[in-house]
Design a protein around this ligand. Structure first.
Ligand SMILES: *Cc1c(COP(=O)(O)O)cnc(C)c1O
Length: 363
């Protein structure tokens, strides 16, 4: 079953990441009807594992979409008055844009790319009483900034009318995030990042307050209607036909997470991230994000040495069949990003770093 992967370029970009042969093999099971008992059994089987992963007693929903589907859905379901979009990079800036495209009143709390979102700044803005929702990207993948989620989530109690919507697309499974303990209202992730699955599936949980708000909103649409997810989920089903092979893959990955142990998984990401950081320092590079706010799943390296990043990447590709990311959007060439999320191990990160050493030497 588990054929070795065909020769390919291994992805060390921060998503999608490398998918294992075992994960692909898990997807090739016979098809089942999405309204069948077999499907309900599959759904019900993975539900407790998903709840434990999210740290929640709420249902965890499966959306056949990339993360943006749920990100847009959260805006459409939860914003009645005005949303505060915390913007610190490409994905979080885009969320502000999406809020406006959904026809919502929105305001950006914008920091420079590479800087973190700060709790006291959010507090000040929420104190105006203008807002009834907030969006935060926990791990801003474009800049390698990990925002201080516990401090920010602690504001939720102080501002009870404001629903906190959190994207953990590139951090969930890699670092501890406990939905119920944080007391936030929506937590979502896509599967092609830290889950190391193919793209096309998103997972999310919502609070009771989120469902109550959604019930007051008329134009929630259908595909991402949170109340449809809730109603169908109670019957171990999804609102529409889901991508069943990806759910097979998810079942496989959840089994792997349990076998590794979630604490060990977090520790592995921390360790591998530390190895990349050590490489960055050894070569005289700097980090885009300040100390204390650096992502544990990827490293955004500041190109202070002004190397030819595109050439580095082409040497890496031709010489070692690996690829890193050459910088996102306006940071292209000014930074480069190295992912350590998913199934990577000390051995594979060492291989990557040796390949980077070799390629750097040939620039
Ligand atoms: C990748 C990413 C997204 C977008 O995910 P899609 O799967 O392209 O919808 C959103 N937020 C963060 C933090 C990401 O890293």
């Amino acid at each position: 079953m588990q054929n070795p992967m065909p020769r390919h370029i291994k992805l060390f970009i921060p998503g999608p990441v490398e998918v294992s042969p075992a994960t692909f093999a898990a997807m090739t099971q016979p098809m089942i009807g999405h309204r069948s008992k077999d499907f309900q059994n599959l759904y019900a089987e993975i539900q407790p594992q998903l709840q434990s992963l999210f740290g929640t007693k709420q249902q965890v929903f499966l959306s056949t979409s990339s993360a943006w589907g749920v990100m847009e859905g959260a805006i459409r379901n939860l914003v009645a008055k005005k949303v505060l979009n915390c913007c610190c990079g490409a994905f979080s800036d885009k969320w502000f844009d999406v809020s406006k495209k959904c026809g919502k009143q929105a305001e950006a709390y914008q920091v420079e790319w590479g800087q973190p979102i700060l709790a006291e700044e959010i507090d000040k803005r929420l104190a105006t009483g203008e807002f009834d929702a907030l969006t935060l990207i926990h791990n801003e993948t474009s800049t390698g900034v990990m925002n201080p989620l516990p401090e920010i989530a602690a504001l939720r109690k102080k501002h009870p009318g404001v629903l906190f919507i959190v994207d953990a697309v590139s951090s969930l499974t890699a670092v501890p995030i406990d939905f119920d303990a944080l007391g936030i209202d929506v937590l979502l992730a896509g599967t092609q990042k830290a889950f190391a699955m193919p793209p096309g599936l998103a997972v999310f949980a919502a609070s009771e307050a989120a469902f109550e708000r959604a019930a007051t909103i008329k134009d929630r649409g259908y595909y991402f209607d949170f109340l449809e997810f809730k109603k169908n989920g109670e019957n171990s089903m999804t609102p529409s036909t889901p991508c069943i092979p990806l759910i097979y893959a998810l079942r496989h990955k959840l089994g792997e997470f349990a076998a590794e142990g979630i604490a060990a998984r977090h520790a592995r990401h921390e360790k591998l991230n530390g190895m990349v950081h050590e490489w960055v320092r050894r070569h005289g590079f700097e980090f885009l994000a300040p100390e204390g706010y650096r992502s544990k799943t990827l490293t955004c390296v500041k190109n202070n040495r002004e190397i030819d990043v595109a050439k580095l990447n082409s040497l890496l590709k031709s010489g070692h069949s690996m690829v890193i990311d050459g910088g996102y959007g306006k940071l292209k060439g000014l930074t480069f990003r190295i992912s350590n999320m998913g199934d990577e191990t000390e051995a594979t990160i060492n291989e990557l770093l040796a390949a980077l050493d070799d390629s750097l030497g040939k620039l």
